[in-house]
Design a protein around this ligand. Structure first.
Ligand SMILES: [Zn+2]
Length: 289
């Protein structure tokens, strides 16, 4: 709900910029958030190319899913959009242009806090147009081995997540899991989910960088899961699980504002993308597309 209490669309009050390194590319990029008119929704703009290109946020433009969410339109991509997408959606912003000079969104502190703060600084302006709210209309799910992701109709937004710190819960005496069940509101998002940093598995760090991923991350931008629990400080005892909820909310936000109960067990971006496509088809049927 917008701050007037009416269910009106919003945009940001003024433009604002931020610079930093991308998580996977390790390259510097500059992001500028700009106000947008009603019904324009969220769109990305690649401003570093010889001609600026717009990449609308829609499930049809979901590209890669190698540990992040990329959007791609006519051969032009923006990478690692999930943290800013969650921040925009749960800062109650409906219309915004995310202008990017670079290919990948800056990682910030590894969580969504950098973007939540940036949006807060930019301020919220109510627009006259009515807000569109969608809902999960029937159960949808995707399963891969022991991983599951389920969407159920719900009066609100709720995330239930089981994060398996290592291996499978089918292993004998497996008990190293994290759990979260949370009713999401903008305030809850800001306090309980947005600060959770990117997950790093200690045993994967070298291999990932050899594959050319996570080049822009330092250890304080991640919750590092080791063989025997976390290595270093954490912001929550179940920080990785909370970050999974953040990634899931960011991926769901590609659809717009959706009410539903989302339940994940060991799932990640590529399953999120599958679920987004399934829900998107239901929404299209409802709209008669
Ligand atoms: Zn993430």
């Amino acid at each position: 709900m917008s701050k007037t209490g009416l269910n009106r669309q919003t945009t940001i009050s003024r433009s604002i910029s931020y610079e930093g390194l991308g998580l996977h590319t390790g390259k510097p990029s500059r992001v500028t958030l700009l106000p947008a008119p009603p019904d324009r929704g969220v769109s990305f703009e690649r401003y570093d190319l010889s001609e600026p290109r717009t990449i609308p946020v829609t499930p049809a433009n979901i590209g890669g899913s190698r540990r992040a969410t990329d959007l791609e339109c006519d051969g032009v991509a923006v990478r690692t959009v999930e943290h800013i997408m969650a921040a925009i959606s749960w800062s109650d912003i409906d219309n915004i242009v995310v202008r990017l000079e670079g290919e990948e969104l800056p990682l910030g502190d590894g969580s969504a806090l950098t973007y939540v703060r940036l949006l807060r600084e930019a301020g919220v302006t109510d627009l006259s147009a009515k807000r569109h709210e969608m809902r999960v209309t029937c159960p949808r799910w995707t399963t891969r081995g022991t991983s599951h992701l389920i969407a159920l109709p719900y009066e609100g937004t709720r995330v239930t997540f089981l994060f398996l710190r290592k291996g499978s819960h089918l292993e004998p005496e497996y008990s190293d899991s994290e759990y979260l069940d949370i009713e999401v509101t903008p305030e809850v998002f800001r306090e309980e989910i947005a600060p959770a940093r990117t997950i790093g598995f200690q045993w994967e760090l070298e291999t990932i960088q050899e594959q050319g991923l996570a080049l822009g991350a330092t250890l304080d931008q991640a919750a590092i899961v080791g063989e025997n629990g976390y290595v270093g400080e954490t912001r929550f005892p179940n920080e990785a699980c909370r970050h999974k909820a953040l990634d899931l909310l960011g991926d769901i936000a590609i659809l717009g504002r959706v009410l539903g109960h989302f339940i994940g067990i060991g799932s990640g971006h590529s399953m999120n993308h599958e679920l987004v496509q399934l829900i998107s088809r239901d929404l299209e049927v409802k709209r008669g597309v």
